[in-house]
Design a protein around this ligand. Structure first.
Ligand SMILES: [Fe+2]
Length: 232
C-alpha cells in the first residue's frame, strides 16, 4: 500500500492528493446537484442529502485526522512560515463553518425539499469551493513535501485508514468509483496499486461502468446497466 523508493518504504502522500481531488470533484458537482432538486421532491432530496452527509463526514474526519496527527508534528517545522500557518488555519475555519452550515440545513431540506433551503444549501456549497481549493492546494504544495522527512510509511498510513473508515458503508461503492475518476490518467496506476487484490480485479473489470451507474443513480438519470456486466 505504500510507495517505495528503492528498498525504503516512504509515506504514500500521493493517496492524499487523489482524496483531495475527490473532495473538490464531488463538492463542485454537488452545487448543481442540489440546485437540480425540484421543490417538494423529497425522494431526490434524500438521495442528495445522504451524499452530502457522507461527503461532510469524510471531509470532517480528513481534517480532524490531520489536526491530530499531522499539525502537531509539522507546525514548528522551520520550512512552514507563520503566514502559511495563519492562512491555512483561516481556510480550515472557513471550511468548518460551511460544513457546519450544510449540516444544519440538511435535515430540514431533506424532510421537505423546500426551495429556499435548497438555494441556501447550494449557496453554502458554492462558498465552500474557493476555501477548499486553496486549502488543499496549500497542503499539497507546502505540507506534503515535508511528510517523508517526518513520518514513517506506517505512521502516515494511519491517515488513510481513518479516511477509509469514515466512508459510510452505503457509500463505499460510489466513493471507490469516484476515487477512480479523481485519480485521472496520471494517477490511475498508483490508484489501482492501493486496492486490495479482489477489489482491484473488480475495478479493472467494471470500474468505468460502476462510476457511470453510481453517478447516474446519484444524479437521478437512467442507470447505465448492471455493475457486473462486462465493460466495453
Ligand atoms: Fe489533506
Amino acid at each position: 500500500m505504500s510507495a517505495r523508493n528503492g528498498r525504503e518504504a516512504l509515506p504514500d502522500t500521493g493517496e492524499m492528493v487523489v482524496v483531495h481531488r475527490l473532495f473538490t470533484q464531488e463538492y463542485r458537482a454537488s452545487v448543481g446537484l442540489v440546485r437540480g432538486v425540484a421543490a417538494g421532491d423529497t425522494a431526490r432530496g434524500a438521495v442528495v442529502a445522504d451524499h452530502l452527509a457522507a461527503l461532510g463526514a469524510m471531509l470532517t474526519e480528513h481534517h480532524l485526522a490531520e489536526d491530530e496527527l499531522v499539525w502537531p508534528r509539522l507546525k514548528d517545522d522551520p520550512a512552514i512560515e507563520p503566514a502559511l500557518t495563519a492562512r491555512m488555519e483561516e481556510q480550515h475555519e472557513r471550511i468548518a463553518d460551511v460544513l457546519g452550515r450544510v449540516e444544519q440545513l440538511l435535515p430540514a431540506w431533506r424532510a421537505g425539499a423546500d426551495p429556499a433551503l435548497r438555494d441556501a444549501l447550494a449557496d453554502a456549497l458554492d462558498g465552500l469551493l474557493p476555501a477548499l481549493d486553496a486549502h488543499l492546494g496549500d497542503e499539497e504544495e507546502h505540507i506534503l513535501p515535508l511528510v517523508p522527512g517526518c513520518f514513517t510509511a506506517e505512521e502516515w498510513a494511519v491517515l488513510s485508514e481513518r479516511g477509509r473508515a469514515a466512508v459510510p458503508k452505503t457509500h463505499r461503492l460510489y466513493m471507490l468509483a469516484a476515487l477512480g475518476e479523481a485519480a485521472g490518467p496520471d494517477r490511475h496506476t498508483e490508484f489501482l496499486g492501493r486496492l486490495p487484490g479482489p477489489v482491484r480485479l473488480l475495478y479493472r473489470l467494471v470500474g468505468p461502468r460502476l462510476r457511470r451507474r453510481t453517478k447516474s443513480r446519484l444524479h437521478g438519470t437512467r442507470s447505465a446497466g448492471p455493475v457486473g456486466a462486462p465493460v466495453a
